[in-house]
Every structure is written in structure tokens, then in C-alpha cells.
Design a protein around this ligand. Structure first.
Ligand SMILES: *[C@@H]1O[C@H](CO)[C@@H](O)[C@H](O)[C@H]1NC(C)=O
Ligand SMILES: *[C@@H]1O[C@H](CO)[C@@H](O)[C@H](O)[C@H]1NC(C)=O
Ligand SMILES: *[C@@H]1O[C@H](CO)[C@@H](O)[C@H](O)[C@H]1NC(C)=O
Ligand SMILES: *[C@@H]1O[C@H](CO)[C@@H](O)[C@H](O)[C@H]1NC(C)=O
Ligand SMILES: *[C@@H]1O[C@H](CO)[C@@H](O)[C@H](O)[C@H]1NC(C)=O
Ligand SMILES: *[C@@H]1O[C@H](CO)[C@@H](O)[C@H](O)[C@H]1NC(C)=O
Ligand SMILES: *[C@@H]1O[C@H](CO)[C@@H](O)[C@H](O)[C@H]1NC(C)=O
Ligand SMILES: *[C@@H]1O[C@H](CO)[C@@H](O)[C@H](O)[C@H]1NC(C)=O
Ligand SMILES: *[C@@H]1O[C@H](CO)[C@@H](O)[C@H](O)[C@H]1NC(C)=O
Length: 844
């Protein structure tokens, strides 16, 4: 029966386990529960980690936003690691506002004043007056100009969670412009040079209309002075052509300066040179013009334009090999004191990407002003260089001023946002541009901006994946408008790791005892050293290769083959029993034991704590208690009748079991009552006492000899003589009736007093019947029989006599009636016949 109960309980428990797994299956969509480490957990959106060392729940990684079922253990607040995205703004200077009513100097383009460019005097005068104006301070120009806000923020982001920041861009009024004119001075460009020298002051004048803070610089290039680009014959080296100077790679003529008058002079003074092949060494020149910041004089805060004008294509990385130059371009500045590129004959041309990088880094807008025959090549090139644009130059560069103006207008009236984040971070730009009522569009470009317009960008930043290297998790990201040396710098920290996974934390312990000394305790879990495994690193690899994975988890004689009795998980050949809350414990090598499935008494396990405890299906009783459910009191005190001193246990008619009487039950006697004191069906002892009562009371019976009576009746108390014997029911008195050999009746009762002593009360005198005369009766009866017989005989005689006489009388009468005489035979018939005539009416 015990076994059956256990089986039933076990099967119930198994069902319960199956049921308990159902919610887990439901939460299969919950991305958190499958995450085994704090890192993985917090790299999953909406998950939080519990590093409570005492935590006993099933999954440490949980969704704090989802309420747990009440059964599940809740993680304590102080042990929950759920980092938030944090943004703090470090620098947020206000955007520079446009000066309202700032006159014609602003964004309005108008080319007037055409006749005055050639008057060099007036040029000088203008330059001076402009310088003066600049010194006196012109509105915002004296201050630090801010076109991007905020400027620096600190961001802590969790992986795979998009975070939005907002950024404003405005085009400041009167923003400084640096323009460096880089010119191909090979022989074919001589007419262009002439034209440019003539147009120089017009260019300056035009630009000054755009911005009062304008500088102009000039440089030129030919090609590497190496065969096959340039003829290296001595005479050709000195004078490659008529009116030519010796060839050179790149020559920086004039640093960026507000003195625009000097520009024309410098252009005029520059002499053309000659080379052999068609493509020119323009890339060398671009690289030097871009990277030689100090020599060129690029200002920190200015729109930087590099106008590259040529009528030929270009050499690029690899072409240097033709001239035996194998050393790649290092992208650094190598300008001599005289302004020549000193590494021209030693380093190869830069690649397009090198140019792009340098241009990007220095926020320079390259404008390729090229003649029609090469424009296609440069259009392709411009696609690969950030912020570059191409414009068609007339053969003699006569349209250079409009070209630059248009390009500048294009550049400054649009904004394009860029960033330099690595691939681990995704950055997306959304903006309405100038359409306040419009929808947010996923774009980083806006056009048609006028001075003073503010463009707002919404920037979604998302850490796509956590880099493996810890140092890669800190990134400085720049978000900048192309061509402007202003940016929003984001110091990004990716929250990829928990503090408790780093050495030095309170919850980080190497070779921790909690991990059997074979692993590192991190954030509440063990990370095992190589060769060890198991939840607490309790298994070692050598040990387990001997056993198959689950062999230790199935009991050897199991018929079901159920691992860990279905109430635990098999971990390296050992069972780890599931936990069932604080009150229920499952244990045993195969989780076959528990402390909640034992026999119950009145609904209490093992009759309650005070009686015993449950251990693996059996109750372990406390001293003083026994029985399968510890409900039995071992003391026999309760089996003694309370009002009998020195009485027998269970009145001598039963045994004491669990502190209670179990009464004897035999065929002829059934005892009952709390102390087995009652027996309604018991045979009485009347017979037993009869002889003694007889001899003691009446000196009769088989023991009537005085000796026999005294010897054989010692057990029987001397009866108390009473007149009339009556049994008193309450005292359990027994009434006995007998008739002795004298036909006398006698009656007595016996009973036990409260001390179980036998007492007998007997009738003082027997009731005897009166004497009867037996012989008289006998003779009387005999006489009666004889008399009756005789009477019957007489009666018979009388009757027959009467009958005879009647017959005789009848005979006599008949005889007397006979007609014929005596002697006449009645049967005699005469021999004669007589007939009567019927018609004869005579006497018959
Ligand atoms: C040249 O500029 C002066 C003022 O600087 C102006 O008076 C004159 O008319 C201009 N000449 C022409 C041809 O426009
Ligand atoms: C021009 O701009 C620079 C900053 O790029 C500034 O330092 C300088 O004062 C400005 N000059 C004038 C004349 O506004
Ligand atoms: C350019 O050539 C002219 C004569 O043709 C000469 O006077 C001048 O010095 C040369 N300039 C340079 C920079 O060599
Ligand atoms: C851009 O401006 C910052 C200061 O605002 C300066 O440190 C940096 O050198 C500038 N970069 C370039 C390429 O001019
Ligand atoms: C972006 O540019 C800034 C400034 O040049 C630099 O410090 C940062 O490391 C760059 N970021 C990346 C991801 O390359
Ligand atoms: C602004 O956006 C709205 C809605 O997208 C559109 O209807 C409207 O034409 C846009 N206006 C301009 C000037 O683009
Ligand atoms: C397993 O079964 C074998 C015989 O089949 C028996 O000798 C052994 O005692 C059993 N072991 C257990 C733990 O029941
Ligand atoms: C079962 O064991 C657990 C842990 O030892 C204990 O807290 C609990 O009280 C026990 N339950 C019963 C019913 O004895
Ligand atoms: C009386 O007791 C004696 C001895 O105990 C025994 O021998 C005898 O038979 C008894 N008498 C009767 C009538 O039972």
C-alpha cells in the first residue's frame, strides 16, 4: 500500500513537472531566458540580469518589463543589472544666428562692378579697406562661429537598441572662405594662366561679396621630374620649351591670404613648363595642398575650397613605377622652404583613396575645373572623393569666376552629414530639411539652404554588435557636415559587459569555492576553466569521458529509463534535482527522494512537525511516536482505566496499540469500551460459581462435604445472604438461576466492584416445591383405566343384548304374520294352474 501511494505521488509529480514546463514553452519567444551569461543577456534588448548569489530561479536573464508568474522567484532590485542608455551633453554651444538686415553682404550673389577688376590700384585699396573692416569686427565674425550643435556628447549604449539624438545645423552668415587655386602649368595651360591672372581680382571681388572673410592662395603643378613624364635631357630639363621654366612636381606660390591683389601678381609671375606625357602629376599637388595645412594656411574655421584646374588627366598610384618609383605615397607634407614638393621624385603618386581620406580629414571641398575633353574622367573621380564637384572650364578659363561662384553656391547651399563610425555602429540620419510640416525622411542631405536656416537632424544610433576586444567598445564618432571643420563628437561606450564580469568586482572571483575551485565566479554563475564543466564546474572532462553522458542519471534497475526520475536535469552524469520553492526539497542520487510525499495523518505530513519528519517517502518519527505516519504514541498511559488504581492494561482484555486499547475479540466474547471493560456477549461465570455457592450457602451440591467445600472454593468469595436477589444493571451484575438435586431453586448474583473484586450475593433460602403422593396417582390412574374398560364392555354387552332382542321380536312378529300352517312348505307349488279371465271382475 505504501508503495502504491508513492507510485501515485510520483506520477502526479511527473504530471506536475510536465505542466510546469508549459509556461516555459510559452515563453520560448522570450529572448532573455536562453542567455547564459550577463554579457549575452545585456546585449539582448529588454533583458536584465540577476546576479544575486542566492538566486534559485530558473533563468537569471529575464525581462523586467514582463511580470513573472507568482511562482517564479523575483530578482531583488539591488541585484538586477539592467543598464540604461545614457546620454550626457558635454558641449552644446548655441548655433550662431544670422544677423537680420545684414545688408547685401550675405547670401545674395550679384556680380556687379565688372569694370573695376583690372584696376590694380583699386584692388589694393579694397584689400586694405577690407582688412580694416575685418579688424574692426563685423558682427559674428569676431566670435566663435557655431554651425553644429551640440558639439560633444557622451553616450552609453546597449547593443541592438536604437537611440536617437538630435542635432542642428545652420549656415552661418559671413562664414570665412579659404580658396586655394591649384593650377596645371604645363605648356598647354599658358593661355589659361594669362586669363586667370587677368580674372584674379574679379574672383576676389566676387568672393568678397559672398563673405567678408575670404582668403585666396595659389599653387601650380607639372609632373614628376623623372622619365618618362618629363624629358630628362639636360637642356630640356632647364628649358623644356620656349618661354618655359624647368619642370617641377608641385610649387606652392602663395599662401592663403586676404591680400587678394597679390594673387593676380603671383599668377602672372608664374611661368609655364613642359613635360612629355599627357597626364599630369596633379595628385601629388592635391595631396600636398591638402595636408600642408600650415604652409598653405588653411584656417581652422572656414569653408575650404580647393580649385583644381587642368586640361589633362592625371597620374595615380602605381604610375610611379614607370619612372622607377616604388615607394608609396605617405600622405604627409613635404614642402621645401621654396615651396616645392621635395619628395616628388621619390614617392609614388597618391591613390584616389588616399586623396579622399586626406580631403575628408581636412574638410576640403575640391572643385575640379576641367576642360571638356577630360570632364568625364573627373566626374568619375569626384564620385570617390568626399565633397568634390566638377565644373566645365572653357578652354581659356574665361568662365572661372562664375564657375567658382556657382560651385560655392552649390556647396554652401546644401548640407550633407557624414560620420566615421565603424561597422559595429549603425548611424542613420532623418530630417525634414526645410519642410517643417513634412515627414521625416531618411536622408543625410538637404539642399537649397540659405544663410540662417536651421536644419534639424534626428540621428539614430545603434550598436549592431559588440566588438570582441574590450578597447573597441569605446569609440569616438564624429558626425560632421561635409566640408566644414565642425562636428558633433560622440564619445560612445558600448555597454557590452557587466561590471561583475570584470576582475576587481565584488561578484568576480577566480577559482571560487562556489565553482569547486575550477572556474571563475562571475555575476552569480560559474565560468569554468578548460577541462571543467557543469553548472558549478563540478565535473571534470576526464571523469566524464569514462561515463556516457547520462548513464549516472538513470537508476540501474529503472523500468521507465526516466532520467533523474523526471525531476531533475542530468549534468555530467549526475542529477541536479529541481527546486520546488523553500518548503519542498527533492534529493537523492536520482532525485528519487523528496521530503513532501510521506503518509499523512489528519492531513498533516507525518502527523506534523512535532511527531516526525518526512525523509524519502518514509516518516522519521520523533521519540515517543511511532507508526507509518508517526501518529502512534508509544507511551501506554492511555491504556489504563483512569479510575482503577493498579488496574490491568486494557482491563486485561486487550493490548495497547498506539496508546489506545485494542480489545480482544474471540468467538464467544467481544470486549469493547475505551479500556475494553465492556462485554455484552461474554459467557457468564454462573456455572463456575454454582457448586461453591451451593455448598457454601445450602450445604448441598457436589461439594456438600465440608472438606471439599473449603478446599475447592477458596477462589470464590463467601456469598452474602440476602432475602431476594436482584441484579443491578449499572454494576454489571450477573444473575444466575439453578435448580439443585432437591428440585429446589436457588438464585445468586455476582459482580465486580470498582477494584475488580468479585462479590456474590445469594438467596438465603432455596425455594423448594411441595411433596406429591405419587402412588395414589398411579393407582388412581390404573383404577380409572380398569373402570373405563369395564364400562365400555358393559356398554357393548348392553347394546348387543338390545339388538338381539329386537331381532327376536321381529322374528316373532313375522312368524305370527305367516298364513300358512306349520308344516306347510312355503316354496311348495301346486301342480295345477289356474288362470283368471281378465274380463272377469271377480274377487281376487
Ligand atoms: C570703379 O570703381 C569706382 C569706385 O571704386 C567706381 O566709381 C567706378 O565707377 C568703377 N568703374 C567702373 C567702370 O565701373
Ligand atoms: C575671419 O575668420 C577667422 C576664423 O576663421 C577669424 O579668426 C577672423 O577674425 C575673421 N576675420 C574677419 C575679418 O572677420
Ligand atoms: C618667368 O619668365 C619671365 C620671362 O619670360 C622671367 O622674367 C621670370 O623671372 C620668370 N619667372 C620665374 C618665377 O621664373
Ligand atoms: C578643425 O577645428 C579644430 C578646432 O575646432 C582644430 O583643432 C582642427 O585642427 C581643425 N581641423 C582642420 C583639418 O583644420
Ligand atoms: C572619427 O574621427 C575622430 C577624429 O578624427 C577620431 O578620433 C575617431 O577615432 C574616428 N572614429 C573612428 C571610429 O574611426
Ligand atoms: C512638405 O511636405 C509635405 C508633406 O510631406 C508636402 O506635401 C509638401 O509638398 C512639402 N513641401 C515642400 C516645399 O517640399
Ligand atoms: C537490480 O536488479 C538485480 C537483479 O535484476 C538485483 O540483484 C539488484 O539488487 C537490483 N538493484 C536494485 C538497486 O534494485
Ligand atoms: C523540506 O526540506 C526543506 C529544505 O531542507 C525545508 O526547508 C522544508 O521545511 C522541508 N519540508 C518539509 C515538509 O519538511
Ligand atoms: C476438590 O479438590 C480436590 C483437590 O483440589 C479434588 O481432588 C476433588 O476432585 C475436588 N472435588 C470436586 C468435587 O471437584
Amino acid at each position: 500500500m505504501h508503495h502504491a501511494t508513492k507510485c501515485l505521488l510520483l506520477s502526479l509529480l511527473t504530471t506536475a513537472t510536465v505542466l510546469a514546463q508549459v509556461p516555459q514553452r510559452f515563453t520560448a519567444q522570450n529572448p532573455c531566458t536562453s542567455k547564459g551569461t550577463c554579457q549575452e543577456c545585456i546585449q539582448t534588448p529588454s533583458c536584465a540580469w540577476c546576479y544575486d548569489p542566492q538566486f534559485t530561479g530558473s533563468a537569471r536573464c529575464f525581462q523586467p518589463s514582463f511580470p513573472l508568474s507568482s511562482k517564479e522567484e523575483q530578482c531583488k532590485e539591488e541585484f538586477t543589472h539592467n543598464p540604461d542608455n545614457i546620454m550626457s551633453v558635454l558641449s552644446n554651444l548655441e548655433l550662431t544666428k544670422a544677423i537680420s538686415g545684414g545688408g547685401s553682404g550675405g547670401g545674395h550673389w550679384s556680380i556687379g562692378y565688372e569694370g573695376n577688376w583690372s584696376q590694380t590700384d583699386s584692388w589694393e585699396h579694397q584689400g586694405a579697406s577690407m582688412a580694416g573692416e575685418g579688424a574692426s569686427g563685423h558682427g559674428s565674425s569676431g566670435h566663435h562661429i557655431v554651425q553644429v550643435a551640440p558639439q560633444r556628447i557622451n553616450l552609453k549604449l546597449r547593443a541592438r537598441q536604437s537611440y536617437s539624438i538630435f542635432m542642428g545645423y545652420t549656415q552661418a552668415e559671413d562664414y570665412p572662405v579659404d580658396l586655394y587655386y591649384l593650377m596645371d602649368l604645363s605648356k598647354s595651360m599658358s593661355d589659361d594662366k594669362e586669363k586667370l591672372s587677368l580674372l584674379g581680382d574679379q574672383l576676389a571681388y566676387t568672393m568678397q561679396k559672398v563673405t567678408s572673410n575670404f582668403t585666396l592662395g595659389f599653387g601650380s603643378f607639372v609632373d614628376k621630374v623623372v622619365m618618362p613624364y618629363v624629358s630628362t635631357l639636360q637642356e630640356k630639363l632647364e628649358r623644356p620649351c620656349d618661354m618655359c621654366v624647368a619642370p617641377y612636381g608641385f610649387h606652392h606660390h602663395m599662401s592663403l591670404s586676404t591680400n587678394t591683389y597679390m594673387f593676380s601678381r603671383m599668377v602672372k609671375n608664374a611661368n609655364v613648363s613642359g613635360n612629355l606625357d599627357a597626364p599630369e602629376g596633379g595628385f601629388d599637388a592635391i595631396m600636398q595642398a591638402v595636408v600642408c595645412r600650415n604652409q598653405i594656411g588653411w584656417r581652422q574655421q572656414a569653408r575650404r575650397l580647393l580649385v583644381f584646374s587642368t586640361d589633362a588627366s592625371f597620374h595615380y598610384a602605381g604610375d610611379g613605377k614607370l619612372g622607377g618609383i616604388v615607394k608609396p605615397n605617405d600622405g604627409r607634407c613635404h614642402l621645401s622652404h621654396e615651396g616645392y614638393y621635395s619628395q616628388s621624385s621619390y614617392q609614388d603618386y597618391p591613390s584616389i583613396e588616399q586623396i579622399n581620406l586626406a580631403v575628408k580629414k581636412n574638410s576640403i571641398n575640391v572643385i575640379f575645373a576641367v576642360t571638356g575633353n577630360t570632364i568625364r574622367v573627373y566626374e568619375q573621380l569626384a564620385k570617390h572623393i568626399e565633397g568634390a564637384s566638377v565644373a566645365k572650364l572653357e578652354r581659356d578659363s574665361s568662365n572661372i569666376v562664375e564657375l567658382i561662384k556657382e560651385q560655392y553656391e552649390q556647396i554652401s547651399s546644401s548640407v550633407q552629414m557624414k560620420h566615421n563610425a565603424s561597422s559595429a555602429v549603425s548611424i542613420r540620419f532623418f530630417t525634414r530639411c526645410l519642410n517643417e510640416s513634412g515627414a521625416l525622411v531618411n536622408t543625410n542631405k538637404c539642399g537649397n539652404i540659405k544663410v540662417g536656416d536651421v536644419i534639424n537632424f534626428k540621428i539614430d544610433i545603434e550598436v549592431l554588435k559588440c566588438p570582441k576586444e574590450r578597447r573597441d567598445r569605446f569609440q569616438t564618432i564624429q558626425i560632421y557636415p561635409v566640408g566644414i571643420n565642425e562636428s558633433l563628437t560622440i564619445d560612445l561606450e558600448m555597454l557590452c559587459e557587466c561590471d561583475c564580469e570584470k576582475p576587481g568586482d565584488k561578484y568576480y572571483l577566480e577559482n571560487a569555492p562556489a565553482c569547486h575551485g575550477a572556474g571563475t565566479y562571475k555575476c552569480g554563475i560559474c565560468v569554468c576553466n578548460p577541462g571543467a564543466f557543469g553548472r558549478h564546474c563540478e565535473c571534470s572532462a576526464d571523469e566524464v569521458t569514462k561515463l556516457s553522458k547520462t548513464v549516472g542519471c538513470v537508476p540501474p534497475n529503472s523500468t521507465t529509463g526516466l532520467e533523474c526520475s523526471g525531476r531533475g536535469t542530468c549534468i555530467c552524469g549526475r542529477c541536479e534535482c529541481e527546486s520546488r520553492g523553500p518548503l519542498e526539497r527533492i534529493y537523492g542520487d536520482h532525485c528519487e527522494c523528496d521530503n513532501f510525499s510521506c503518509e499523512r495523518h489528519m492531513g498533516e505530513l507525518c502527523s506534523g512537525e512535532t511527531h516526525g519528519t518526512c525523509d524519502c517517502g518514509t516518516c522519521r518519527c520523533k521519540p515517543g511516536w511511532s507508526g507509518p505516519n508517526c501518529a502512534c504514541e508509544e507511551s501506554e498511559a492511555g491504556c489504563y482505566p483512569p479510575d482503577v488504581i493498579g488496574g490491568e492494561i486494557c482491563s486485561g482484555h486487550g493490548s495497547c496499540v498506539c496508546g489506545q486499547c485494542q480489545c480482544e475479540n474471540t468467538k464467544e466474547s467481544r470486549y469493547s469500551g475505551k479500556f475494553c471493560e465492556k462485554c455484552p456477549t461474554c459467557p457468564d461465570r454462573c456455572l463456575e460459581f454454582r457448586d461453591c455457592v451451593q455448598c457454601q450457602m445450602y450445604l448441598t451440591g457436589p461439594l456438600k462435604e465440608p472438606n471439599d467445600c473449603s478446599v475447592n472454593c477458596t477462589n470464590v468469595p463467601v456469598p452474602i445472604a440476602v432475602d431476594k436477589v436482584e441484579a443491578i444493571e449499572e454494576n454489571n451484575e450477573y444473575l444466575c438461576h439453578y435448580t439443585d438435586e432437591d428440585h429446589c431453586q436457588f438464585t445468586y448474583v455476582y459482580y465486580y466492584d470498582s477494584e475488580r473484586k468479585l462479590h456474590i450475593r445469594a438467596q438465603e433460602k432455596r425455594t423448594c416445591p411441595p411433596e406429591i403422593f405419587v402412588l395414589g396417582i398411579v393407582f388412581g390412574v390404573i383404577a380409572a383405566i380398569v373402570l373405563i374398560g369395564m364400562a365400555i364392555l358393559l356398554l357393548w354387552k348392553l347394546l348387543t343384548t338390545i339388538h338381539d332382542r329386537r331381532e327376536f321380536a321381529k322374528f316373532e312378529k313375522e312368524r305370527m304374520m305367516a298364513k300358512w300352517d306349520t308344516g306347510e312348505n312355503p316354496i311348495y307349488k301346486q301342480a295345477t294352474s289356474t288362470f283368471k279371465n281378465p274380463t272377469y271382475a271377480g274377487k281376487g
